[in-house]
Design a binder for this molecule. Structure first.
Ligand code: FMN
Length: 396
């Protein structure tokens, strides 16, 4: 059996993208990304999802390698985001009789994006499609992370085609299933993918998880990253924890600084945290750090300390951008401390306090504010902030 036949009659026909530098024109891709598509072959054949348009010819080649000149009877569209749907029109040209299976919202989007209206099969929650020897059923998971998203369940093979749910950044280095790849490389990429792409939709992800837990899942075929078989419990746990916005113990110190004074406060706070054995500690200079990595760790850890100088009566832009990203994802709770600097009329500390209030986050302690240059006098206030973090750790 070819390595691409992940289970008898279920073929991986996806592709790797190691050239796109920014996913959604926003998020970095240091390990690339895969666009996964699958063939389910009974007496009839269904293709589940497609790939990004520029990789369409590779998808076709992979399909031909798996099933030769046999026709594909159905294209199941779990998710309409163009990295999975933009080869639909090309596929229809290659396989003119292919019937496109989707829910009402999906079919409306297919017409809107690709002008395809006929040759479709509309499905609702729980509907089934008999391929002869394999039966697919369809289950809606709206807003994970678009409104039309659904998953496809193949009960006979205990296999869930989950769309973007349980996906991760990171191309597939030869292997396809989690026993064929080095899984440790993917966990941080999975958190980064979740935080950047799905992070706003914790509630819908929780509902999807409830549905998935009723199924005896043996294989998860998502649209990005490895096929999960051995590590399903860990994957569900990561998605569960992140979608409950449950941080694990750890501190992110995120700051920006034009001339190094606020930076010295950040360094001091981190040193004081470490000397109290608080950890892990991740320190990011927001002018240079990859925003997706910072966001990943804000999702991952339970404590966030943010600092920046006052800039034209406002927050320094890289700090404001981080706060915008956090607010857009509605993270409901973090233990929050903040610090800032100014020269003649401070605003950054006040605006960080307003942010905490807007997010309904509990402040850890009074903020640390510095006028003009950093000096040894700032050590005590920075230590007090670190002490507040350490104090919470001990349950004080
Ligand atoms: C372009 C610019 C705008 C600034 N705007 C303000 C301001 O509106 N109010 C203020 O009190 N200080 C302002 N400052 C001063 C800085 O906030 C202050 O020097 C701070 O300590 C700089 O911190 P840093 O060394 O970490 O960059 C401004 C500085 C610059 C360069």
């Amino acid at each position: 059996m070819a390595i691409t036949e992940i289970l008898p009659g279920i073929h991986y026909v996806g592709v790797n993208d190691r050239t796109t530098t920014r996913f959604e024109a926003l998020w970095s891709l240091p390990m690339g990304v895969s666009y996964n598509a699958y063939l389910v072959a009974g007496e009839k054949i269904a293709l589940i999802d497609t790939v990004e348009e520029s990789f369409g010819s590779r998808l076709e080649a992979n399909i031909r390698e798996a099933i030769g000149e046999r026709e594909i009877d159905y294209l199941v569209v779990n998710h309409m985001e163009p990295d999975h749907s933009s080869s639909i029109a090309a596929l229809r040209r290659i396989y003119p009789d292919i019937e496109i299976v989707g829910n009402a919202k999906t079919l409306q989007m297919i017409e809107g994006f690709y002008g395809i209206a006929g040759g479709t099969v509309e499905v609702k929650e729980g509907d089934t499609l008999d391929l002869g020897g394999k039966t697919l059923s369809f289950h809606m998971i709206p807003m994970v992370h678009w409104p039309e998203t659904m998953v496809t369940w193949c009960a006979g093979d205990r296999t869930l085609f989950s769309g973007d749910a349980f996906g991760t950044f990171g191309a597939l280095d030869g292997g396809i299933t989690d026993s064929q790849v080095e899984t440790d490389r993917y966990w941080d990429e999975m958190r980064r993918y979740y935080a950047c792409i799905v992070g706003k939709y914790g509630g819908p992800v929780q509902k999807a998880l409830q549905k998935v837990r009723t199924l005896p899942v043996g294989t998860i075929c998502s649209t990005h990253g490895p096929v999960w078989q051995r590590q399903i419990a860990k994957v569900l746990d990561i998605y569960d924890r992140l979608s409950r916005y449950e941080g694990e113990p750890g501190v992110v110190v995120a700051y920006a600084s034009m001339y190094g004074n606020t930076e010295q406060m950040a360094e001091r706070i981190a040193r004081e945290l470490a000397s109290r054995e608080v950890g892990p500690i991740r320190v990011y200079n927001l002018s240079y750090a990859d925003p997706s990595v910072v966001l990943r760790d804000v999702f991952r850890f339970d404590t966030l300390i943010v600092g920046g100088p006052t800039y034209n009566g406002n927050l320094f832009p890289p700090v404001a951008e981080l706060l915008d990203r956090i607010a857009a994802r509605g993270i409901p709770r973090r233990r929050f401390g903040w610090f800032g600097s100014f020269c003649w009329a401070g605003a950054s500390v006040r605006l960080l306090a307003e942010f905490a209030q807007k997010m309904k986050w509990e402040p850890l302690c009074d903020p640390v504010e510095m006028k003009q240059g950093y000096s040894h006098e700032m050590c005590d206030p920075c230590a007090t902030l670190a002490e507040a973090v350490a104090g919470c750790r001990c349950g004080k």
